[in-house]
Design a protein around this ligand. Sequence first.
Ligand code: HPA
Length: 271
Amino acid sequence: MLLNEIDKAAEFLRSQFTKQPKVGIILGTGLGGLVKEIKIEKSIDYKEIPNFPVSTVEGHSGRMIIGEIGNVPVLAMQGRFHYYEGYSMDKVTMPARVMKRAGINTLFVSNASGGLNPNYKVGTIMIINDHINHFGTNPLIGPNADEFGPRFPDMSEVYSKRLIKRAHEIANNEGIQVEEGVYVGTSGPTFETPSEYKMFRILGGDAVGMSTVPEVIIAHHAGMEVFGISIITDSGVPGEIKEVSHEEVQQVAAAAEPKMTKIISELVKSL
Ligand code: HPA
């Protein structure tokens, strides 16, 4: 996407801010409840934002929320764009670049995933400490956008160790059990076959899902500090695999929402 298209959206958002947001939050599955923690100043439909895509999938509305968590100004995206919906990688990742150009240097993301690590149960919360890009493409393919970052970006610490450490401290204080692991991002929309779950485990994954990796690559390329958290909504562990549906994923995620919300809101307040 052209820089001036991104900047039109960023300029529009800037014109709506009364305070500079410190963190951008993509409210993925399991984090919808975070909205209740936001002192909402303004809520903007994606269709009002110049050049912004519009989301289609059930359970994901499309609004940008400007507000505060504690005293920390935030910009929260309610509804994200998935590659499986047919959006180009440019569109899937546009919001991260818009956030960056709107002056935001920290990105928080959440998602739902299938568990690959045999120690995980349905309902486990996993702090993402690394990812494997299995989308079969990379959002940075094409001419490099030098305004954002280098042609060959380093990926040695994509998920901020500093924020991961702090999230563990918060979870500990709140008595919330969390795991830490590797998120495999793949296109979907199919859930995995048993053999695919097994493959992703062998490849080094602890959880697998259909989002996050593209936006995180773009954010990291642009020098943003990233924190990601995942809720395990179903099991991909041999012997424990059951039929899975989108509704079930939503249900398990909703049940874990208070815990996810607590961790993220305390983490934001600590920034
Ligand atoms: N696989 C991929 N994506 C998912 C899953 C899964 O098992 N559960 C929730 N999102």
